[in-house]
Design a protein around this ligand. Sequence first.
Ligand SMILES: [Zn+2]
Length: 80
Amino acid sequence: MSQAAANTLLEATRRQYLNDLKFVLSRDNKMKGVVTSTSRRCSMEGCNGIRVGVRWPDGKHTFPCTKGMVQVSPDTWRIG
Ligand SMILES: [Zn+2]
């Protein structure tokens, strides 16, 4: 498989994961945020992650990058 094809496959796989993503847990596992959007590409140089809009129980709205998260279940990822 060519590098380009591998990248396309990786991207498709990531999008599939993100389609199922509904909740994000905070680093300390104490807060569970609700995903509001998955549309932004990460703008950090060299990062090919996607920034996910998350609304937290305390009212904050943040855009953590998927590169800084780990998937813990089909619909939930955790920061850190
Ligand atoms: Zn990033």
